[in-house]
Design a protein around this ligand. Sequence first.
Ligand code: BES
Ligand code: MN
Ligand code: MN
Length: 459
Amino acid sequence: MPETKQFIEQNKEDFLKELSDFLSIPSVSTAPEHVGDVAKCAEWVSDNLQAIGLKNVEIFKTAGHPIVYGEWLEAGENAPTVLFYGHYDVQPTDPIELWTNPPFEPTIRDGKIFARGAVDDKGQVFLQMKALQSLFKNNAGKLPVNVKLLIEGEEEIGSINLEGFLKEYAEKLKCDTVLVSDTAMYRDGQPSLVYGLRGLCYVEVSVTGPNRDLHSGSFGGTLENPLNALCSIIDSLKDRYGRISVNGFYENVLDLTPQEKEEFAGLNFDEKGYLEELQIPMTYGESGFSTLERVWARPTLDVNGIWGGFTGSGAKTVLPSKAQAKISMRLVPNQTADEIAKKVEAYIKSIAPPTVKVEVEFLHGADPVLTPMDTPGMKAAQRALKKAFGVDSVFTREGGSIPIVLLFDRILKAPTVLMGFGLHSENTHSPDEHFNLHNLFKGIEATAYFYEEMANEKK
Ligand code: BES
Ligand code: MN
Ligand code: MN
């Protein structure tokens, strides 16, 4: 359909201005000081949905950040209904000093747009809106299928209020296929459909010793140092072969099928390029598994941060009263966040020395997912990606999590298509996050084709 390409060509400049506007709003969902900005961003999304022609656009308040909804249902009862899901919230920007340009002052360099949220997920939500705009424009204000959009502001903090919303509005959100654009392509130029996401179990461990910080000379050697105790607890969580020691941790892990192993191997993962890009001497992980197997289909346990005592410059002789660590576990089918939270707490308590008080607090979680690969949505997506990129797409998994995807299946009983246009080199959650403009425009094109191809699929 040359009209889509033409529409993109004619509007590129305007699109980039609009996207810059969107990216300028600091919608950091985890930061209390940004509550107002997150709300402003929801308004921006809602205004844009209205402007491109969606109906019944509404901002739903929640106990946390608002959810934006819009729809166009005039394709009729016999046409399929696609529910698009994305998020307009972003991660914090620290360490801020490592950004080349300020994170909320979008800058274009070398064909890429740099800003927090550029690829995760505002840029990808934006390309979805522009695809719909192009379809409306080229089809006299009509779309080829029924479309509902659900754009939330709490994905980066675990989608805490979305489950309730899905349950309450299950009828309103009823659809045949869910479309999500919040993942990466296997490599640049290689369109990809993701059929698996890992889950997450995030806990904070606190170890408390004496009632106050102490002089390490006057007291050292007479009582347990909470930081030392925490380090030995952490050391006991994994063995040196990268296997997690928590009792029953692997009990529900679904092994890769021989066919999946073969398919992963067939993707010829560029191990050397990986080392070079990350500037590491070698990869490391659970023995017996390849890098792709480790990141896509094996669970992990990692310390995200650890603190306590003195961390300023210079030296201070002190025994900390308290030590803490944030620990996350990535989960794979059929593990669940609840099950793992219980197991890890029990294990940590069982190895905790009697010399200190040890507490484990569950912060948030997400269950892992595998989506079926032979659905009408997947087939339409394959054709659309081929048309836009000129090459066949590959099936991949992702090591990251999107908490709500499993619930689309459970609550709405609809399969999800994960068709994203990011790259793993685009610094998501990290300084200098960016989105390749070429993929932004290809994404608009592929998404417009997707809706057209969906019209050719039976409900
Ligand atoms: N878009 C990501 C998920 C993702 C990560 C997809 C990597 C593909 C590759 C999403 O915004 C995200 O960051 N999710 C969080 C979820 C968590 C905060 C519950 C994650 O995976 O850490
Ligand atoms: Mn995301
Ligand atoms: Mn993210």
